[in-house]
Write a protein that binds this ligand. Structure first.
Ligand SMILES: Cc1cc2nc3c(=O)[nH]c(=O)nc-3n(C[C@H](O)[C@H](O)[C@H](O)COP(=O)(O)O)c2cc1C
Length: 326
């Protein structure tokens, strides 16, 4: 039987979540990942400030389809009042089951505004933000952060304790520091230390690339759930593998033909949500990631990057699929 996790009444389908990834985990990709079994999805990070200005693009990021539920909306910012207001707007404008605050983003543009992982270096402000948002909304609140800002200021345990007492219903910890960005290894023992320090569920992020790594995070380091991020790029099949591994201790390799069919579904879904021109442009990176696992796809990768219409891409995908037959 597949285990699941309940976060303050929110029942995830299982313990394998799709991580928030800006520019990647849009509604189309969340739907695709859910269809392969992702137990929880997250929106891309949305600026609370932009929401308070009524920014249409930011509101569009909060569009959540029934088929991608349960989904948590992630917001970011640096001002308690603005985040509280932004969270209220998010709750009023989407069907998210919870709100997550991003306190882990390492990107210079975000950090220089005192947002994302910068809040790990300003724990008082982080606490004020969590308290303000907690007061403003009546659905579960979670927070996603890192091991610390730098190696000299590692504070994931202290941060998790602060977040719990300020009112979050779960914490998600990425076991890298801000300085590491996305390089080096994610430090799984941090997950274990945080788990021992708080009683709310702990979700592990960082280096969850295979069912084995997910199991390691949960069984050896005590994570209550895991999040796949880069491991899920062009690989929504990972979620099915997680579930298969939990049930049987083994999992099937992906079938190239199914990869092509999924690429088509992903593109067509994106076309229906964003229009053809935008869909073809935005799906290019996804297409290249999907093709990574397909033998002899090098020449197709070059061609696919030049195509501009959905029909052209579908035609090429059909050609690629034929090469998978032999
Ligand atoms: C392109 C990209 C975009 C990301 N965007 C977000 C985001 O919007 N919000 C967030 O909390 N984390 C974001 N992350 C971080 C991931 O959710 C995850 O914590 C991180 O990639 C570590 O997991 P991994 O080693 O399995 O990739 C992003 C990561 C990548 C690679």
């Amino acid at each position: 039987m597949i285990k699941n996790i309940v976060i303050d009444g929110i029942k995830a389908e299982n313990r394998y979540f799709l991580a928030p990834m800006a520019g990647i985990t849009d509604s189309a990709y969340r739907q695709i990942c859910r269809s392969f079994g992702a137990g929880m999805t997250y929106t891309e990070m949305v600026s609370a400030k932009a929401l308070t200005y009524g920014d249409k693009k930011s509101l569009a990021l909060l569009k959540i389809d029934d088929s991608e539920m349960p989904c948590i909306a992630q917001i970011f910012g640096n001002d308690p009042e603005v985040l509280a207001e932004g969270a209220k707007i998010a709750v009023a404008n989407c069907q998210a089951v919870g709100i997550d605050i991003n306190m882990g983003c390492p990107v210079p543009k975000i950090v220089s505004n005192g947002e994302g992982s910068a809040l790990m270096a300003d724990i008082k402000r982080a606490e004020a933000i969590i308290k303000a948002v907690r007061k403003a909304i009546d659905i579960p609140l979670t927070v996603k952060f890192r091991r610390g800002f730098t190696f000299d200021t590692i504070n994931a345990v202290e941060f998790a304790k602060m977040a719990e007492s300020a009112g979050v219903s779960a914490v998600c910890v990425h076991g890298r520091t801000r300085t590491q960005m996305y390089s080096g290894e994610s430090h799984f023992p941090t997950i274990e230390m945080v788990k021992k320090a708080v009683s709310v569920p702990v979700i592990a992020s960082g280096d969850i690339f295979t069912p084995e790594s997910a199991f390691k995070a949960m069984n050896e380091y005590g994570a209550d759930a895991v999040m796949a991020a880069r491991g899920a790029l062009g690989n929504p099949f990972l979620f099915r593998q997680f579930l298969q591994y939990e049930e049987t201790g083994a999992y099937d390799a992906t079938d190239p033909k199914e990869v092509i069919d999924t690429m088509k579904r992903h593109l067509l879904l994106t076309c229906s949500l964003k229009g053809e021109q935008r869909a073809v442009a935005e799906c290019r990176k996804h297409m290249l990631w999907y093709l990574k696992g397909i033998r002899g796809s090098k020449k197709f990768k070059i061609i696919i990057s030049t195509l501009e219409t959905c029909d052209e891409v579908i035609k090429l995908l059909d050609e690629i699929k034929e090469t998978c037959d032999g």
